[in-house]
Ligand binder design. Structure first.
Ligand SMILES: Cc1cc2nc3c(=O)[nH]c(=O)nc-3n(C[C@H](O)[C@H](O)[C@H](O)COP(=O)(O)OP(=O)(O)OC[C@H]3O[C@@H](n4cnc5c(N)ncnc54)[C@H](O)[C@@H]3O)c2cc1C
Length: 387
């Protein structure tokens, strides 16, 4: 008879997670204490100093393929690590403040070897910013129907005309991927994916100020923006398949960041409830507070299992589209509820800039809209039920 081994993480993954936790505690938290609470980034010199340390410790670009200088971690392991990496003020949209590496938009992995060498490899090596441009003023929930940006073939060039909105990092990235219509008659199959370098004539980006402090989004205009023919990624008409197939796997690490920030907010709420007394009694002894914290604990554990199970399935090469929607939907909604309770338990301090809670509270709101609104993920889950 085989004995069921139980649920444990592999020893090397636990060691890696502990290393990341220690780095966040010893390097990132003290650094953030010295910065403006609304700082979108850490100063360049700190980025250089800390990324040199993570590189020396073998903690740089853990998720990138080994053949391109990364750590080759699978999605499941990245989820475990990112939960720890996101536990600081900037952590929701800038886990580890970027000092553990940054990644190109996943569509690039469907590109040619030459495209990967030219664009993905330097991004991974140097931790450069990139952008991913799909949303347009006509709507982001249904890009297949909404995309109006056109790409027209003229000789050995593609010419882009149109507008994208809410494109994070487009003003500061070195390059990004843009989804444009190459054939109006073909609907979804008439959309293609292109690499566009910032600074290409005809490309302009203007910041859009939002509730989010990190990763400023932009209104991007393409006006007769010419790019070389070889900047098409994958096949003509394959754009949306690339966007969605590759985004599925990304939803698990994204959800792990939601979980990490929620765990950090919950830990703060428990600590505060233990030390704060009102009417002569610690908050931790009030049932009203205990129930908020108990509910949060249950939801955090449920979210972790949903993320881990989906990531595990994706790593095995199985279809994990529904699991990705479940993880994204649930983790972003739990994040909102857990932070809301943590803010409430902290009273006035919950909304003061002395604590990270108010920034998390604002930024968490975006998580139910970006990367597909909650309603669209519910739609994906429901479709699978009725298929
Ligand atoms: C700060 C920020 C950063 C972003 N960064 C990027 C980026 O880097 N790249 C990029 O391409 N996009 C980015 N986005 C865009 C984001 O992905 C879109 O905002 C999102 O997909 C929703 O599109 P929309 O805003 O056009 O809303 P719409 O598509 O107009 O939808 C509006 C609302 O309608 C509801 N809804 C939509 N469809 C349904 C349905 N079928 N059933 C029921 N209700 C529905 C939802 O509540 C939804 O929020 C970013 C957005 C924000 C706010």
């Amino acid at each position: 008879m085989t004995v069921f081994p139980g649920f444990t993480l592999p020893e090397e993954l636990r060691v890696l997670r502990d290393q990341v936790r220690r780095f966040i505690r010893e390097e990132i938290l003290p650094l953030e204490q010295r910065l403006d609470p609304d700082a979108p980034e850490i100063p360049d010199e700190d980025f250089e100093r800390l990324s040199a340390k993570t590189k020396a410790a073998g903690l740089w670009a853990l998720a990138a393929p080994e053949e391109y200088g990364g750590g080759g971690l699978d999605t499941f392991s990245m989820c475990v690590v990112l939960e720890a990496m996101a536990q600081h003020r900037m952590g929701l949209y800038n886990p580890g403040c970027g000092v553990f590496g940054r990644y190109p938009p996943p569509a690039i992995w469907a590109g040619t070897r030459a495209q990967i060498e030219k664009y993905a490899v330097p991004t991974i090596r140097e931790g450069r910013r990139t952008f991913f441009a799909i949303t347009e003023p006509s709507g982001g929930s249904d890009p297949a129907g909404a995309i109006q940006t056109r790409a027209e073939r003229r000789g050995d060039r593609w010419v882009l005309n149109g507008r994208k909105v809410f494109i994070s990092h487009a003003h500061e990235a070195t390059w990004g991927v843009v989804f444009a219509r190459t054939d109006r008659a073909k609907g979804r199959a008439g959309i293609s994916c292109f690499i566009v370098e910032r600074g290409t004539p005809g490309f302009t980006a203007r910041n859009i100020r939002t509730i989010r402090t990190s990763a400023v989004p932009n209104d991007v205009v393409f006006e007769d923006c010419e790019i070389p023919a070889e900047n098409l990624v994958g096949q003509e008409g394959q754009g949306l398949d690339l966007a969605f197939d590759l985004l599925v796997k990304q939803r698990f690490p994204y959800s792990a960041c939601n979980l990490g920030v929620a765990v950090a907010a919950h830990r703060m709420a428990v600590a505060h409830a233990k030390q704060r007394s009102t009417f002569g009694v610690p908050l931790s002894q009030r049932q009203a507070i205990q129930w908020m914290l108990a509910d949060a604990e249950v939801e955090l554990r449920a979210a972790r299992w949903l993320i881990w199970e989906g990531a595990w399935k994706a790593d095995r090469g199985e279809d994990a589209r529904v699991e990705a929607s479940i993880a994204k939907l649930y983790s972003s909604e739990v994040l909102g509820r857990v932070i809301d309770a943590a803010v409430q338990i902290h009273g006035g301090y919950g909304v003061s800039k002395e604590f990270p809670l108010e920034r998390w509270y604002r930024e968490a709101r975006v998580r139910r809209i970006g990367e597909g609104p909650s309603e669209v993920h519910r739609m994906v889950i429901a479709r699978a039920l009725f298929r």
